[in-house]
Design a binder for this molecule. Sequence first.
Ligand code: ADP
Ligand code: MG
Length: 317
Amino acid sequence: MKPTIVKIENLVKRYGELVALDHFSLEIKEGEIFGLLGPNGSGKTTTINCLLSLLSYDKGDIEVFGKPMKPTSYDIKREIGVIMQNVAVLDELTVRENIDYFCGLYIRDKAKRKEYVDEAIRFVGLEDFVNFRPQKLSGGLLRRLNIACGIAHKPKLIILDEPTVAVDPQSRNRILEGIQELNRQGATVIYTSHYMEEVEQICTRIAIMDHGRKIAEGTKEELKGMIRNTESVSIEILELPDEIREKIAGLPHVYETGYDGDRLTVRCSGGRHNLIRILGVLQEAGLGFGRVYSELPTLNDVFLEITGTALRDAKGE
Ligand code: ADP
Ligand code: MG
């Protein structure tokens, strides 16, 4: 059994009347890339701030590395690398100086620190920018600098709060690959995002949050196994008589159909030949159709089935 790195029990955090975290619990084991997935306002950043003892809370217990986490737990904090949602670097320092400054908060030995700083620069791919000031960097490069500052001291636990928001695809891929590499080197990772594709791509386990509550938890396979949907078929079709749509709705395993005038969507639960059967009905009726898609469930479907709202449309406020 791997040791527990983070344990949050029954955390409650109120901002005045608003309950930002509502009896939220979590246990993260060594070696995981744990994803906190939820729409804006669901409580991800609040969870991170409580976990780091940067924010007081109303109720609950938090342990990190098996010890209670308090504002003065400096021995714990030095083993944690934090990459906050809002980039926090020093404008008057260059890229290298910034990384050296943050690394120096933990690593006193100069030779070792130089080695760690060089490694962090290579790691995020900022070799060509070491003498740049932060203002001269693009959004993606600035994010990478922010990450380098958080990881240079080789922490055991790395927490990244939405590190890919407003980042170009190249930097995004670099960041996601970097997180996986840090994990292979032994770090436990907590990763928050409202992008389900990213969470699905890199996380070993995922907790889905909504309105400060954990609504589901598991591996992506486990999460998808919790819902009814196993396949969504969508077909471009310009004419669809009601009786044909009803015929499709009556096929085995079909539990929902939708038609918006040029696209038919059919949601299925179980079964293996859904697409063939649906196309069979259309062909039999002599109806022409355009492109056909069949999609396996995504984490968005999990969110949708549990909350009734699509993740991308959900607003926590
Ligand atoms: P997320 O990081 O998932 O977007 P947050 O943890 O930032 O969500 O916010 C959770 C809820 O708490 C939201 O409804 C947000 O408006 C509210 N909130 C966050 N910070 C504050 C604050 N300092 N004062 C009042 N309300 C806040
Ligand atoms: Mg946030």
